[in-house]
Design a protein around this ligand. Structure first.
Ligand SMILES: [Fe+2]
Length: 305
């Protein structure tokens, strides 16, 4: 039966909800393909509004700032600040638009085509796996979010194309999701892994790559597959070299290493920040892309890490 009539949505209620750690999307109303949502996003969690992957689509997305402050990061890196009552909308975008919440924010989000479930279904499954992974391997707690954030900051600092920035954010978040298939005894092993165990660990980049193929609006599987490749060809799974490795993966490589070294692992304690920075710089041009390390150093100088 077709829904018709007047619908009252009481304060706090909603039709459906999609929660990420720092982001909550609530579907308040939907009809004739139009969706009305509210979204809350935590301070500092940069997000993007991306062009539609469907050329035929002419969806409009409208955002009205209900709470908090936000800045739009233009492609020349200039910032445009917006406050409560300001709004923006996107129609026939050619490139991603990137926004940085200066405070926790709440926005009213209207889409003229249904995207809630498209965003929800595939992402929900991946977030669930990321969440389960944190229980399986307590050392990865918060790692994916931190890698996402640092990778994103690096991409913005490098002044990269908005699409690269959007890819890097999503791939940073799910780069290790395939670790869910590594047995706990290996993830938690406090001594050195033997060759066979290390081979099992190394499979995770391809497992992650397979899992993110389910995201139907963005292809990031190649980025995730390459996140352990290294600039000099010493990485895995295929030993790709230099710029053959996609830019997003070269960025995630630095962010991933930085965060991994800065946190405790089963087989070693966290490493002092100054030593981590020294090591990353010493490996610039061998393991890591020098341009990414330069951006990393600029972020450090501006105290962004
Ligand atoms: Fe990894």
């Amino acid at each position: 039966m077709k829904n018709s009539g007047l619908f009252i949505v009481e304060s706090g209620s909603y039709k459906d909800k999609f929660t990420l750690s720092s982001n909550e999307l609530k579907l308040l109303a939907s009809a004739d393909g139009v969706e009305i949502m509210t979204q809350t996003i935590s301070e500092g969690v940069i997000f993007d509004v991306a062009p539609s992957s469907d050329d035929e689509s002419s969806m409009m997305e409208f955002f009205y700032l209900l709470e908090g402050e936000i800045e739009y990061i233009r492609s020349d890196n200039e910032r445009v600040e917006m406050n409560v009552g300001d709004c923006f909308y996107a129609h026939n975008l050619n490139e991603c638009c990137v926004f940085n919440p200066i405070t926790d924010i709440k926005i009213l989000y209207v889409a003229t085509q249904p995207i809630f479930h498209e965003l929800g279904e595939s992402m929900r499954e991946l977030h669930k796996l990321n969440y389960e992974l944190q229980f399986k391997d307590q050392y990865t707690q918060g790692h994916s979010e931190r890698v996402r954030e640092l990778s994103l900051n690096l991409a913005v600092e490098m002044g990269l194309n908005r699409d690269v920035i959007a890819n890097v954010a999503l791939a940073g978040l799910f780069h290790d999701v395939g670790k869910i298939e590594i047995p706990s005894r290996i993830l938690k092993k406090s001594s050195r892994l033997d060759d066979e165990e290390y081979e099992i660990v190394k499979r995770h980049s391809m497992t992650s790559s397979e899992l993110v193929k389910n995201i139907n609006y963005m292809d990031i599987s190649h980025i995730v597959a390459q996140h352990h490749e290294r600039f000099d060809g010493s990485g895995y799974p295929t030993g790709m070299v230099g710029k053959n490795i996609c830019m997003e993966s070269r960025i995630i490589a630095v962010a991933d290493t930085y965060d991994a070294m800065m946190t405790d692992r089963p087989y070693r304690s966290k490493i002092e920040k100054v030593k981590v920075i020294t090591e990353i710089n010493e490996l610039s041009g061998t393991k890591y892309d020098p341009k990414v390390v330069d951006a990393f150093n600029r972020l450090l100088i501006r105290d962004k890490l």
